[in-house]
Structures are given as structure tokens and as C-alpha cells.
Ligand binder design. Structure first.
Ligand code: BGC
Length: 407
């Protein structure tokens, strides 16, 4: 029987663009129009309107924490013009969680940018760091009284990978050189925001906030033990999984390590080029593991291994995303259970401090370029009627959240 600490955070995550609907000042909205995607985000889950209802569902599922993001393009729809109405909206959203005793975990950047920011060169532009800093200050000054946990940037390397390396997300660049520039800017943006957030709390005489990023981690496994594959695994671990966190720790810019974990990927490299070493994956179906509906390998043991790896930094870990898209809800429960057992085993074996587990996602939502068909939610959404239906897996997870233990 796996027991979790009494003060453990249990809950789920969402991001603004994926659930709110109507984010028409964002670069993604424009890209959906221009690239003619099959399924634009449209009203998404209308969560902008129905957040009270959705948080009531979370409360009834015994969640005591919830991760949300603030849509920058709502707060600053034009450069330097901040909307007090939208700041007020997010304050109400946060208060709506708090009145239900659900701790908010607030993300400041989750893949989308204001259109003006994208037009000014986005994250390639060295000014992006100051633009982000200005936005962060506005938001944190408005919300600091209500929030302790902040996530500056969601999955910086996933963002860079899709938008600047393989270029299937806006602004659709395909360049390692630009990817490097963007990564560096994201790194600097976090460090600057981290300091600003702490300063604001000090000046306001509030106790220290806890600030991190959400780092996506992926297990890379060579499907054939060749020198090339081993080198590829080494490089991907270094550049994708570990370097970013390592640099932030060296800069004293993390109060906990936020982890998003979904999958294992099999590495099978067809050449010695950088492209091959960093991007080639196995296309021969060598993996025998169960998969989610997008074909990602399910590998709960990987989370155990990462938790052990991060012990060396002596910081609390917070699982900010872990989830499965599937049409088979019993697979969702197996997924959650398998990962919780591994988290618990890691905590018991080496005494590492994990402070919470947030499932991705509370609601079925807009899965970026994949549209609405991948179903990640604890709660099913009928996009035509906006009706919600609680899945069985959500009820089983609710028991874990209430009892603080997994069997
Ligand atoms: C992202 C989410 C996304 C989820 C499932 C994470 O990488 O933060 O926005 O929906 O994965 O793909």
C-alpha cells in the first residue's frame, strides 16, 4: 500500500488556450486561420465562461490543487496596453479555486503568444525577455496576494522543438541555430522573471513564492545498441532532458522542479548528421509497450527513474502534468495508478520530496495541431453542447485524492 504525505497536492492541470475558447489576439488563433487547420480551437471548452462549474467538478473529485495558465494575449492584447478587465477575470478565476480550498498553480506562458509579440519576432527577438518580464510584473503585482506557486514557462524545449526545430507550430521555423537562440532567450526570460517574482513578494511583505518551470521529460531508449544510437540517447538526454534545469539551478532560479511526464521514445538513428542524432526515431515498431491514442509509449517506470535522477539537486519535485489520451477509460485509470505507484516507490526508496501530482487534464481539450480528437480529460466534454461527464477513472482517482494512498 502506498501512502502519500498528508499535505500532498492532488489535482489536475489545464492551459488557457486549450480550454478557454475565443483567444483571438493570440498567434495560435492567427495561425489556425492561415494554415487552415482541420479543427481550429474556436470555443474550446468555453472554460472562460464555465470555470466556476468546472472547478466545482474538481472540488467534487477531491482535488486540492489546480494548475491553470494566464493567456498573455488577453492581458496585453496590444504592445504595452494592459487590460484591467482581464486581470480582474483571472483574479476571479483564482479566487474561485481558493474559495473551494483548491490551491492555484499559475503558469505564465503555455505555448501561445500575443500576436503583436509574434509579429515583433517572437522568442527570436532579444527584446522578448523584456517583453515577457513586463507582462510577468503586471500579472504578479495583481495576483501575488492570492498565489504561492508560479510556473514561468511551460515546456520550453517542447515549444522550441515544435515551433523552431521541426517547425510544425507557429512560427514554423526549421533551424537548429534559431532553436538555440530561442532556448537561450527562454532561459534568460525565466531567470529574469524568477527574480522579479521574488522581488515583488518581498516588496509586498508576502512570504516567499515558489517558482519553477514545467519541464517535459522523455525517456529515450536505443532500440539497437549501436554506437550511433548510444550517442543519440546521450545527446537527447543532455539537450532535451537535463541541461535547461541544470542551468537554472546553477543560477539559483528554481524553488522546486516542475515535471511533466508522458512517455518513452525509441531512438533509432539512420546517419551521423545532427538531424539524425537529434531527431530520428524508430519507425519499425520495435516497441511492445501499450500506447496512448497518439501512439506514445506508456512507461511509468520512467517517472521513477527521473525522480531518482533529480534527487541530487535537493529540491522538492512537483509533477505538474502526467496523462494519457485514450478512448478506453480503463487504460486511463491503469495509467494513473501505474505512475502513482512509481512516484510512491521513488519517495519511499530514497526519501525524495515530491509535493504533488497533477493529472493532465481536468477536461478533454484542444490538443494543438491534433485538434479535439485526443481525449485526455478526467471529465469528458461534448463540444457541441459543452456538457461535461465525469469519467470512471476520475472517480477512482478521486478516492486516491481523498485517502492519500494508492493500492
Ligand atoms: C503540454 C500540453 C499538452 C500535453 C499533451 C504537454 O506537453 O504542456 O499543452 O496538451 O502535453 O500533449
Amino acid at each position: 500500500m502506498g501512502q502519500f504525505p498528508k499535505d500532498f497536492f492532488w489535482g489536475s492541470s489545464c492551459s488557457a488556450y486549450q480550454v478557454e475558447g475565443g483567444n483571438s489576439n493570440s498567434d495560435w488563433w492567427e495561425w489556425e486561420k492561415q494554415s487552415g487547420v482541420k479543427e481550429p480551437s474556436g470555443n474550446a471548452c468555453s472554460h472562460y465562461e464555465f470555470y466556476e462549474n468546472d472547478f466545482e467538478l474538481a472540488k467534487n473529485l477531491n482535488h486540492n490543487a489546480h494548475r491553470l495558465s494566464i493567456e498573455w494575449s488577453r492581458i496585453e492584447p496590444e504592445e504595452g496596453k494592459f487590460s484591467t478587465k482581464e486581470l480582474e477575470h483571472y483574479k476571479n478565476v483564482i479566487l474561485s479555486l481558493k474559495k473551494r480550498n483548491i490551491t492555484p498553480v499559475v503558469t505564465l506562458h503555455h505555448f501561445t503568444n500575443p500576436l503583436w509579440f509574434a509579429k515583433s519576432g517572437g522568442w527570436e527577438n532579444p527584446k522578448s525577455i523584456d517583453y515577457f518580464f513586463r507582462f510577468v510584473r503586471k500579472v504578479v503585482e495583481a495576483l501575488c496576494g492570492e498565489v504561492t506557486y508560479w510556473v514561468t514557462i511551460n515546456e520550453p524545449l517542447v515549444y522550441t522543438y515544435y515551433s523552431y526545430t521541426i517547425g510544425i507550430w507557429p512560427p514554423k521555423v526549421q533551424s537548429f541555430k534559431v532553436s538555440r537562440v530561442v532556448n537561450n532567450n527562454l532561459l534568460k526570460a525565466h531567470i529574469k522573471a524568477y527574480k522579479a517574482i521574488h522581488d515583488i513578494y518581498k516588496q509586498s511583505n508576502l512570504s516567499s513564492p515558489l517558482v519553477s518551470i514545467a519541464k517535459n521529460l522523455q525517456v529515450f531508449t536505443a532500440c539497437r545498441s549501436t554506437l550511433r544510437n548510444k550517442l543519440a540517447v546521450y545527446l537527447r538526454n543532455k539537450f532535451f532532458n537535463f541541461d535547461f534545469i541544470h542551468k537554472l539551478i546553477k543560477n539559483n532560479a528554481l524553488d522546486f522542479i516542475g515535471i511533466n511526464y508522458y512517455m518513452r521514445g525509441l531512438v533509432d538513428v539512420k546517419g551521423w548528421g545532427l538531424n539524425n542524432l537529434l531527431l530520428d526515431v524508430c519507425k519499425e515498431g520495435h516497441s511492445k509497450l501499450a500506447k496512448n491514442s497518439l501512439g506514445w509509449d506508456i512507461y511509468p517506470q520512467g517517472l521513477y527513474d527521473f525522480i531518482l535522477y533529480f534527487k541530487k539537486y535537493n529540491l522538492p519535485l512537483f509533477i505538474l502534468e502526467n496523462g494519457i489520451c485514450t478512448d478506453d477509460d480503463s487504460a486511463r485509470w491503469n495509467f494513473i495508478r501505474g505512475h502513482l505507484l512509481n512516484i510512491n516507490r521513488a519517495m519511499e526508496t530514497i526519501g525524495v520530496k515530491v509535493i504533488g501530482y497533477l493529472y493532465w487534464s481536468l477536461l478533454d481539450n484542444y490538443e494543438w495541431d491534433k485538434g479535439f480528437s485526443p481525449r485526455f480529460g478526467l471529465v469528458e466534454v461534448d463540444y457541441k453542447t459543452q456538457k461535461r461527464r465525469i469519467r470512471e477513472s476520475a472517480k477512482k482517482f478521486a478516492v486516491v485524492c481523498r485517502e492519500g494512498q494508492i493500492n
